[in-house]
Ligand binder design. Sequence first.
Ligand code: HEC
Length: 158
Amino acid sequence: MNKIGSILGLSIATMVVALPASADNDPKKVAIKARQGEMSIRVFNAGPLFAMSKGDMPYDAQLAEKLANNLKVLLSLDNGRAWMPGTSTDEYANDTKALPKIWEKDSKIGDAAKKYKEAVTALAGDAGKGLDALKAKAKDLGEACKGCHDDFRKKEKN
Ligand code: HEC
């Protein structure tokens, strides 16, 4: 085995050991974890943008541009597999908040995803152009996140 081969061999061996411990062997649970992970990265990047637009954090043009661009880059991933059928609260009540209506035949989740994509694209263009520009676009972004959560994510216990 050459050097690269042995490095790869080593990392594959490490993955094989690490995978069951981190995510379970059930591919559907792995998918649920993946989409929740993507959502965590969304909030990690969107959080400071919301904070800046509310005045909870000083406006920083460079940072705002970077975070908005991260959201855009994240959208370029095709993570459709993370939304495989059979992974809703019906089947995995303890693991997910994704409501079964996401997968219904006439599901409107595509519209919510489209709205989100438009909000991210607009934000990525404007976030670095001053606080007022950020505010307007971050508001649309927040509404896009919330709109989808209201319709397709199970509410916290109340
Ligand atoms: C098109 C629908 C949709 C959009 C848009 C959306 N989300 Fe989500 N989000 C969901 C669904 C569905 C879940 C539940 C996923 C699950 O539990 O399997 C979720 C879960 C989450 C979670 C919890 C993740 C976890 O660890 O359980 C966070 C945080 C989150 N979303 C943040 C955001 C933020 C921030 C935005 C906007 C920047 C956003 N989401 C946009 C549908 C959406």
